[in-house]
Design a protein around this ligand. Structure first.
Ligand SMILES: *[C@@H]1O[C@H](CO)[C@@H](O)[C@H](O)[C@H]1NC(C)=O
Length: 198
């Protein structure tokens, strides 16, 4: 995926969430010569996982000085797999990326078969929340949320899954395989609903 696309996506995401300003770097930075000789098929400019499969970008965002990119990632192979996690990288220029540990990994009944796509919403008080689709123990699509373990960590390396997940099950009449990839706006609506219910 192109960095420009990523930038646009990030921008739309921020627009959608009515959140912070995007401070994009407009300077074109020539990436350093990489290990092209060793890995001729590896991109040197476009984002890639350090190894193995990736698909959807999840929640590109700018937060407190760095760009975050979460993405669908198979930690175990170069093709789509049965255990999809949320890969995570940060950047200061959208060109050079620092790879961090997976932010979400299947652990509970509500996401034991995979942590599929979703988004981050910055809630009032600068609190980010991930809303994502879990492929649950019964292979159903359910919607879950997760909060940063440590709000003071600007890199949001670790996330706590909400103890009352899943927060949404598939409504009647929605196809079994069509209830996934929630957006930031939905996260805000759900948050309001939960706040109201409390
Ligand atoms: C939270 O993150 C901050 C900033 O990185 C760090 O100084 C602090 O030790 C962290 N707290 C915990 C409990 O890990």
């Amino acid at each position: 995926m192109g960095n420009y696309t990523l930038l646009l996506l990030g921008f739309f995401f921020v627009l959608l969430c009515g959140g912070n300003e995007v401070h994009a770097s407009h300077q074109y930075v020539q990436p350093e010569a990489t290990k092209e000789a060793k890995q001729p098929s590896r991109t040197s400019y476009h984002f890639q996982a350090p190894k193995n499969w990736l698909n959807d970008p999840n929640s590109p965002m700018y937060y407190k000085g760095s760009y975050h990119l979460y993405y669908q990632h198979n930690p175990y192979g170069a093709v789509f797999g049965k255990t999809i996690a949320w890969g995570h990288a940060i950047s200061y220029d959208l060109i050079n990326w620092i790879h961090l540990n997976n932010a979400l990994y299947p652990t509970n009944d509500f996401d034991s078969k995979s942590c599929w796509s979703g988004s981050v919403t910055i809630l009032p008080g600068q609190k980010p929340v991930i809303l994502y689709t879990g492929l649950d123990i019964k292979n159903q699509h359910v919607q879950n949320i997760a909060m940063p373990k440590n709000l003071s960590d600007p890199f949001f390396r670790e996330w706590n899954k909400y103890s009352h997940n899943p927060i949404m099950m598939r409504p009647d009449g929605v196809n079994k395989d069509d209830f996934r990839d929630p957006t930031g706006n939905l996260a805000r609506q759900i948050w309001k609903m939960e706040d109201t219910c409390r």
